[in-house]
Design a binder for this molecule. Structure first.
Ligand SMILES: [Mn+2]
Length: 472
């Protein structure tokens, strides 16, 4: 039997090495094998396998064989693509999907190709409901595609990393390179970025990653002019196809995943819409529960026994597979949020600006237990604005402060009337020695302070600036 050593995983000090070998006789198969022999990535040989061990490897030279196997690999990868264009019968969404479909398919073919040669794959996803739902859909789809593929006879080399910021730093890229340094592969490994990174702050990480990885970058944040990632072959963002941030990254990843295999991701798609407050959201009981669960487990990974820090889609899958455990966690999350919302509604300060009310609250006043991380202040601010909106006829603004952060949330109806980002920027120039940075979206933004000593004054000043902006 002919075999191509496509990828190798070495363990320091181990006598044996893991080899990912693409064999072809009747059909192509990618196997995980061991050997004490010292083989190189890209070598082709006539091999004998006994109980998972490569016992004989007679090298075969020649371009003809290499090209033949190359073609078989291409064919196998293309054959894995068993998905289809995904429509949800919302014309605004489906038209964007149609325009992106070719690009998503090309990116998925690259992923299928990497799976076929056993290459290492690193997936980084944003640690919120949207990012985690995308990662979970991709995990389920890839698992299904590999389990049902006649070609894939090994467990894919995928590393899942939950990512706690909105940019991809040089340190992140270095960590990803180190992860792949355990492997020696005939081609570059694959890096997949989900739901973050579209800012010029990611250029430093990209600079390190782009020479070491093939990259697929799926995001839905507004694209910043100076962001270098926009030039990547597989940078896919609905903003480039007539869509906007309402087309969430989790949904985008489901559409991407569905080019590989058509598994049911309806609840996951909807959870991502809920998580990012998309205007396309049409919640169901099941999707609300999934969103609540993802919100909880990404905010505080400790709620899942045995996890410290990184949360993987396999962990999410395990919790969802345990009905009693997931119901218990969902109930805990819902109770906690509703208790805190009640507390917050009872303790907010209200400033009138014409018909608009500006609410100010201290997150410390509504936290029930300081040891618990759920809910995180920024996400709680969005939930609190939702509750405040239910109680008001007119649109509102909320400032929630916590430590040296101030989260600003504004009713969508005020977009266009109140330039929230500009107001926060003005606050920054008025307190240059105390404000470190401001930024965010048009209706959800934040101020990062250098310390807490002037926080009271800065929050008051922000209220005054907002009043001016509203014209009251
Ligand atoms: Mn998102």
């Amino acid at each position: 039997m002919r075999g191509l050593v496509s990828c190798i995983r070495r363990y320091p000090d181990a006598e044996e090495t893991d080899y990912f070998i693409v064999t072809s006789d009747a059909s192509l198969r990618t196997n995980s094998l061991h050997s004490r022999m010292n083989l190189n990535a890209g070598e082709i040989g006539e091999i004998t396998i006994a109980e998972g061990f490569v016992s004989v490897f007679e090298p075969i030279e020649g371009e003809k064989t290499r090209n033949e196997i190359g073609r078989e690999i291409e064919k196998a990868a293309a054959g894995m693509m068993k998905g289809a264009l995904h429509r949800i019968m919302v014309p605004q969404v489906d038209s964007v999907t149609e325009k992106m479909h070719k690009k998503l398919g090309d990116a998925m073919l690259l992923l299928a190709h990497k799976l076929t040669i056993g290459a290492p794959i690193v997936v980084r996803f944003h640690n919120d409901i949207d990012g985690a739902s995308g990662a979970y859909a991709l995990y389920k789809t890839v698992r299904f595609a590999c389990e049902t593929s006649e070609h894939i006879a090994y467990k894919p080399n995928i590393t899942w990393r939950m990512h706690g910021s909105v940019s991809y730093s040089r340190e992140d890229a270095t960590a990803d390179v180190l992860t792949c340094n355990n492997y020696e592969c005939m081609e570059k490994p694959l890096l997949l970025i989900l739901d973050f990174g579209t800012s010029d702050e990611s250029n430093a990480g990209l600079e390190v990653a782009k020479s070491r990885f093939d990259i697929v970058w799926l995001d839905h944040h507004p694209i910043i002019e100076g962001f270098e990632g926009r030039k990547l072959d597989h940078y896919i963002n609905p903003w480039n196809f007539g869509g906007d941030s309402n087309y969430t990254a989790g949904f985008l990843t489901c559409v991407f995943a569905k080019t590989l295999a058509n598994i049911d991701t309806r609840d996951i798609e909807e959870a991502s819409f809920i998580g990012d407050y998309s205007e396309h959201s049409k919640p169901t009981v099941a999707s609300r529960k999934l969103a609540a669960l993802l919100d909880l487990v990404t905010s505080d990974t400790r709620v899942i026994a045995g996890i410290k820090g990184n949360l993987t889609p396999a962990d999410i899958d395990a919790v969802l597979g345990d009905r009693a455990k997931s119901e218990e966690l969902i109930a805990y999350a819902e109770n906690r949020v509703s208790e805190m919302l009640d507390l917050a509604i009872g303790s907010v300060k209200i400033y009138k600006a014409g018909k608009t009310q500006i609410y100010v609250t201290d997150f410390n006043d509504v936290r029930i237990n300081e040891q618990e991380r759920y809910p995180l202040p920024g996400r709680f601010a969005s939930k609190l604005l939702g509750r405040i909106e239910e109680l008001n006829r007119s649109p509102c603004i909320l400032l929630l402060h916590f430590g040296s952060f101030v989260s600003a949330r504004m009713s969508k109806k005020l977009i266009g009337k109140v330039e929230l980002l500009r107001v926060l920027d003005a606050v920054r120039s008025d307190f240059p020695n105390y404000v470190e940075s401001t930024g965010g979206h048009s209706n959800a933004a934040s101020i990062k302070l250098k310390g807490e000593e002037m926080k009271k004054e800065i929050v008051r000043h922000t209220v005054e600036k907002l009043k001016e902006e509203i014209g009251a």
